[in-house]
Write a protein that binds this ligand. Sequence first.
Ligand SMILES: *[C@@H]1O[C@H](CO)[C@@H](O)[C@H](O)[C@H]1NC(C)=O
Ligand SMILES: *[C@@H]1O[C@H](CO)[C@@H](O)[C@H](O)[C@H]1NC(C)=O
Ligand SMILES: *[C@@H]1O[C@H](CO)[C@@H](O)[C@H](O)[C@H]1NC(C)=O
Ligand SMILES: [Cu+2]
Length: 669
Amino acid sequence: MASILFHTLIILLLSLPITLTQHHPLDPLTPSEFNKVRTIIKGSTLGSAKNLTFQYVGLDDPDKPTLLSWLANHNNTNPPPRRAFVIARASRQTHEIVVDLSDGSIISDHIYTGFGYPLQTFEEQIAANALPFKYTPFVESVKKRGVDIDEVVCESYSVGWFGYEGKQRRVTKVLCFYRGGTDNIYVLPLEGITLVVDYDEMKIVEYSDRLRPPVPNPAGTDYRASKQKPPFGPKTKPVTVVQPNGRSFKINGHMIRWANWDFHLAFDVRAGPVISLASIYDSDKGQHRRVLYRGHVSELFVPYMDPTEEWYYKTFFDAGEYGFGLSAVSLEPFTDCPANAVFMDGYYAGQDGEPVKTSNVFCVFERSAGEVAWRHTELGIPNKVIREVRPEVSLVVRMVSTVGNYDYVVDWEFKQSGSIKVGVGLTGILEVKGVPFTHTDQITENVYGTLLAENTVGVHHDHFLTYYLDLDVDGDHNSFVKAKLQTERVTDGSSPRKSYWRVVKDTAKTEAEARVQLGLDPADLLVVNPNKKTHVGNTVGYRLLAGSFARSLLSDDDYPQIRAAYTKYQVLVTPYNRSEKWAGGTYTDQSRGDDNLAIWNRRNRAIENTDIVLWYTMGFHHVPYQEDFPVMPTLSGAFELRPSNFFERNPILKTKPPKSVHFPNCTRT
Ligand SMILES: *[C@@H]1O[C@H](CO)[C@@H](O)[C@H](O)[C@H]1NC(C)=O
Ligand SMILES: *[C@@H]1O[C@H](CO)[C@@H](O)[C@H](O)[C@H]1NC(C)=O
Ligand SMILES: *[C@@H]1O[C@H](CO)[C@@H](O)[C@H](O)[C@H]1NC(C)=O
Ligand SMILES: [Cu+2]
């Protein structure tokens, strides 16, 4: 009797947390779920395989129709089964494993035999980076450069693919740097030394020391405030944001609710922030209307423009090779995010499958930065002045990913006007090349960049951030419309004018018709719901306001370009397909361009009045300038998804402006 009671109690206790903390089906895996995945896989036949490593562990998100129908009948049905997707390496093979978290079973374990490799783990990079120090030729090379080996650190660089046809080993290149008392390692390269490490063997398989330009002088390369010496620049007085009545947003698990917006925020080790189920409350209709089913960074392609032996392979895919989320750093209150921010942690699986926490991986804050949401002063009425101003307040979700030398500040900003503004700030340290030159006068050969300091060239490169944007504008049946602005001639003498422009709308029927190269031909690019109209008959939609864009200038037959062929277009549209998420392909490291967004898009599928995904590639051509050295001031880019005949009128017409905050007569300086 007693023992049965005792058992019942235990069962109750065990089941309590599950019933109390009901997951949203899109919530990222929890630490205990990561542990569960690890235990299940280690307990399977894979557990006894040689060198089992976890390269990717994340939520296997439920199929969209399943999730949508669950959402529609919220309380009546069980949530879709919770599953994890795992990419593991074992005995030199890549396994794709789906684990059912409710019954602890392995649903599938498939060996991937195609080209390309999964994300690199931190642990294997660290192990590779340690190898040179026990390798005599390297120690000798360092000595020859007159550098103290205790002051040297090494970093791993993905090798890309350059036309080799056979099976390529899973390798990384390792390059080394001098700390030089300033710790600005990336501007102090030991140029010319390249090691190749086989990840499976975890040993050095190639070594070269070809050139020996001097290691740049560390003087002036330190960027730490504590190390700066006078003369100092001007100092400004403190600035902060205060919210005397508290914040206006609520975070419930991973659901965030603010003003008219509602969305789910998850962390993924490959993508970083994943925004899902963003919907906006329409006060005219008295309901939430769907806008974005899922949005995240899909890939970040960074090719360098130096074809020489030491540099040609530097054509990185930061999300697919290094993990944009894996590279995320803990945000610091008051500096990375304003005083009114709240922070969220993220978890991923380490190489051994155990959960690793990145604390403060996201911050969420209301931005009130002195912008105007709308205004008007009416001076046209005699003896009367009407003035109405609505200061802009928006909600920002931020993550910072530091992929080696570069820091990317990624923002998702939700505006009460219905806009979603997606911003990125590029900062951090340039990737520089050591050269023998100390003045531009000495340079007689192509150095593929800008001489930034003595012996230091900042190499030309690009950044292409490709966003996955599964818009569901007021439902999931959408179309892509190009509203082209075309010059019309007036030829019948009916007007003193000879020309004007008008809008010619084109609904893309197939993927090919939706490919866009942005340039000087003006067009509004819209995702519309052809089944929904406003009262006056316009089709409801959202339009893409492209901000920073660039087209890859590499030739189409260049290997990095084959791998990132989708960067020839800034906008692509595909029909929704759950397995097409990663623009660079699932296996991006050493990929060969046989599985990526460009390939899927070539199928030229129908995309009219169906569930579609918009892919936008934000781009920057980066010619370095001296001001980018020794640390680069933030270079910002953004694009916006803006309601376009979605609402009946300005949705913030009836939004009451927040009360002004008056500071007491403050004497602090
Ligand atoms: C589900 O139940 C909760 C609480 O019982 C209620 O507030 C909510 O409106 C319900 N949702 C739906 C879609 O029925
Ligand atoms: C396991 O890893 C070690 C080095 O860490 C390596 O020497 C060995 O070859 C690997 N075995 C297999 C089957 O990959
Ligand atoms: C979904 O995408 C995958 C990968 O591109 C492809 O193999 C599959 O055929 C697609 N499914 C459909 C229904 O198009
Ligand atoms: Cu750059």
